[in-house]
Design a protein around this ligand. Structure first.
Ligand code: TYC
Length: 103
């Protein structure tokens, strides 16, 4: 139908709760050159893992090819990707870190 009164044809539906933001996984990808100690440091400093947890995640990535460093809202995930990538490149490491939406 037409809208002679100037309405746009959109309407807002009421909801009782606010939607939660979509979350993104920050993934570490394995490579042959980044030192294991650097990956452990990254997990501890940027993803707040204990040394023990960081070492286990690093080894899982080393053996399986990739692993989850953390799960965050999109802006936080993308900032961590940028910070870790910059740090790795500044030390000459090829470490790849990417953000991926949670299914
Ligand atoms: N495979 C690397 C090595 O043997 C270690 C490594 C682990 C690199 C995890 C990247 O995301 C990574 N030195």
């Amino acid at each position: 139908p037409s809208h002679p009164g100037g309405e746009t044809g959109t309407q807002t539906l009421e909801r009782t709760a606010t939607a939660r933001p979509r979350l993104f996984r920050v993934l570490l990808l394995n490579d042959d050159y980044t030192p294991m100690d650097f990956v452990v440091m990254v997990l501890a400093r940027y993803f707040r893992k204990s040394e023990q947890a960081a070492h286990m995640i690093m080894l899982a990535v080393h053996h399986k090819g990739q692993g989850v460093a953390g799960i965050y809202p999109r802006d936080v995930a993308e900032t961590k990707v940028a910070q870790v990538t910059a740090h790795a490149r500044s030390e000459g490491h090829p470490l790849m870190v990417v953000a991926q939406p949670e299914p």
